[in-house]
Design a protein around this ligand. Structure first.
Ligand code: ATP
Ligand code: MG
Length: 299
C-alpha cells in the first residue's frame, strides 16, 4: 500500500490555499522517490497497482455483501490525461456485476430540459456497488465556464452569469455530494493532472501511430488552445468543492503507471477504511443450515 503521507500529498484540504502549479504531474513526488530513481519507482508502482487491484476486488465484494454503502468515483481531466486507461486498469479485478461506468458527453435535448445535476443523479450507484463517472456534473463548472456560450443552450432563468452564478453551482454540488454521503454513498474525486507537454506528446502519438489514429479528435486540439483557461477553471472548481465529505485528489498523470497505482490505492484504502465485515449469521440460521446440510447429505 502507498503510505498515508503519500496519499495526503494528493488530497486537497478544504480551506487551504490550492494552486495547480504546486502539483507536479511527474513521478518524483518526494525527495525520497526522486533519490530512488525512475526505474525503482516504476517497479514499485506496478507492485502497488497489482496489490491494490486485488484489495479492491475484495473490498468490492464486501461492499456488495453488506449492501449498505455505495462508492461514487469521479474522473475529470484534460484530454489524453488517461481517464479511460486508468478506469480499465484499476477496475480490472472487479466483478463487472458490482460496478457501473457512465461517460458523460455533450448533453442531449432531454438532458438540457432538466437541471444540471439531473442526468448524473439518475446514474449514481446503487447500494453495494461501485459507480464510475467518466466526466460528470463538474463539466458544468468547467467546459461550460470556459465556453460560456454553452450556457445559453440551458435556457436558465435570466440573471448575471458572474462569479456568484458559478459559486451557486459549487454550492449546489457540495450540497448534492453531502446528500449522497449522508445516505451512504462514498464520494471520491480524481483530477488527472497531465502537463501541457505530455498532452502534446500523446496527441502526436495519436497522429503518427496507426493503432492510435482512432483516438485522435480535432475537437481535443481545439480545446488545447484554451489550456490556461481550463487550468484556472479547474483550480477554482477544485478549491471550492474539495470538502471533508467529498475530497478531490490531484493525481500526477504524466506517467500512466503512477496514475494507476495512486488511484487504485486511494480507492482501495478508502473502502477498507469503512472496515466492512461479511454479514454474520445468527445462531438460529446456523442451526437451520445444519438441518439443511443433513437433509442434503441424506438425499
Ligand atoms: P474519449 O475522448 O476518451 O472518448 P471524452 O470524455 O473526451 O472521452 P468525448 O466524446 O471526446 O469524450 O468528449 C465529450 C465532450 O463532452 C467533452 O468535450 C466534454 O467537455 C463535453 N461535455 C461533457 N459534459 C458536458 C456538459 N454538461 N456540457 C457541455 N459539454 C459537455
Ligand atoms: Mg475526447
Amino acid at each position: 500500500m502507498i503510505r498515508q503521507d503519500i496519499i495526503d500529498l494528493f488530497r486537497i484540504r478544504p480551506g487551504k490555499p490550492f494552486r495547480l502549479k504546486d502539483h507536479d504531474p511527474g513521478w518524483a513526488q518526494t525527495e525520497e522517490l526522486k533519490d530512488s530513481g525512475k526505474d525503482v519507482v516504476k517497479q514499485r508502482s506496478l507492485e502497488v497497482l497489482n496489490q491494490s487491484v486485488l484489495d479492491l476486488a475484495e473490498a468490492q465484494e464486501l461492499l456488495y455483501a453488506n449492501d449498505r454503502y455505495s462508492v461514487l468515483i469521479i474522473f475529470q481531466a484534460m484530454d489524453a490525461a488517461g481517464k479511460d486507461g486508468t478506469i480499465k486498469h484499476v477496475m480490472s479485478g472487479v466483478n463487472p456485476q458490482g460496478c457501473q461506468v457512465y461517460s458523460f458527453k455533450k448533453p442531449s435535448e432531454e438532458e438540457l430540459d432538466h437541471n444540471f445535476l439531473w442526468r448524473c443523479m439518475k446514474s449514481v450507484p446503487e447500494r453495494g456497488r461501485l459507480g464510475i463517472f467518466n466526466r460528470s456534473y463538474y463539466e458544468e463548472v468547467l467546459v461550460v465556464k470556459v465556453h460560456s456560450e454553452i450556457l445559453e443552450l440551458q435556457r436558465l432563468p435570466p440573471g448575471e452569469r458572474d462569479q456568484s452564478f458559478w459559486e451557486a453551482r459549487y454550492e449546489d454540488i457540495n450540497a448534492f455530494e453531502k446528500h449522497l454521503v449522508r445516505n451512504g454513498t462514498i464520494v471520491i474525486k480524481f483530477f488527472l493532472n497531465v502537463s501541457k507537454d505530455e498532452q502534446k506528446r500523446r496527441f502526436l502519438d495519436r497522429l503518427t501511430k496507426q493503432n492510435k489514429h482512432w483516438k485522435f479528435s480535432a475537437a481535443d486540439m481545439r480545446e488545447r488552445k484554451f489550456w490556461d483557461d481550463y487550468q484556472a477553471t479547474y483550480e477554482a472548481a477544485i478549491a471550492a468543492t474539495s470538502t471533508e465529505w467529498a475530497p478531490w485528489y490531484v493525481i500526477p498523470a504524466d506517467q500512466k503507471w503512477v496514475t494507476r497505482a495512486v488511484v487504485a490505492d486511494i480507492i482501495a484504502t478508502t473502502i477498507q477504511s469503512l472496515q466492512l465485515r461479511y454479514p454474520e449469521v445468527t445462531q438460529a440460521q446456523l442451526a437451520e443450515f445444519a438441518k439443511l446440510q443433513e437433509q442434503l447429505e441424506n438425499e
